[in-house]
Design a protein around this ligand. Structure first.
Ligand code: ZN
Ligand code: ZN
Length: 190
């Protein structure tokens, strides 16, 4: 876990402060990473995943496993979404450690529970899988609340799969080895 230590940061409530210049960090355009925008700062432009910032500040909370999902601002909270100690949820970010576990252990990315042989993924017409697999019922919950999963941007549609039908970074999933929290696997449908 020491591969990417990076600069230090601190978090006041859910406002993350740059460890170098102590100015508040802002979000990059994707809304999923913190970045220092202070032109005088040595960390200018260096971005940090939300989950790493929360973890380093001791404010990351474990994902809640199972159904029904916790609700934040009217939306079910996916197991792989970073959550801060004050309850704030980053829907557009991913918790690298939980995503890596979902990929390595064939867990549902929405509820965190084990999957059976038959599961579902959201995949683009080119076969790119969005993150990891889901239960059938969890796929329906995600479809209803996460427009980016199946909207016009990703063009992803739900597809039933088994782990034998997926490649992870170019290798068949059953022999791909563990996923890395800092560099999660990219899945494809074979
Ligand atoms: Zn800074
Ligand atoms: Zn599930």
């Amino acid at each position: 876990m020491s591969k990417q230590q990076g600069p230090s940061v601190s978090v006041v409530s859910t406002v993350a402060l740059c460890g170098e210049c102590a100015e508040p960090l802002s979000f990059d355009v994707s809304g999923s990473r913190f970045v220092c925008g202070n032109g005088q700062c040595a960390m200018l432009g260096m971005d940090l995943p939300v989950w790493r910032v929360l973890k380093r500040a001791g404010l990351a909370v474990p994902g809640v496993v199972g159904l029904p999902r916790p609700v934040y601002r009217g939306m079910p909270v996916p197991w792989i979404a970073p959550v801060a100690a004050d309850g704030r949820v980053w829907f557009r970010a991913l918790d690298g450690e939980r995503l890596a576990r979902a990929q390595s252990e064939w867990l549902c990315q929405l509820c965190g529970e084990a999957l059976s042989d038959e599961a579902w993924v959201f995949a683009t017409p080119e076969g790119l899988v969005l993150q990891a697999a889901l239960h059938e019922g969890c796929k329906d919950i995600a479809s209803g609340f996460c427009p980016h999963l199946s909207g016009p941007i990703s063009r992803a549609v739900p597809r039933p799969v088994t782990c034998e039908e997926i490649s992870a970074d170019g290798r068949p999933l059953p022999v791909a080895g563990p996923s890395d929290p800092d560099f999660p696997q990219q899945w494809r449908i074979l």
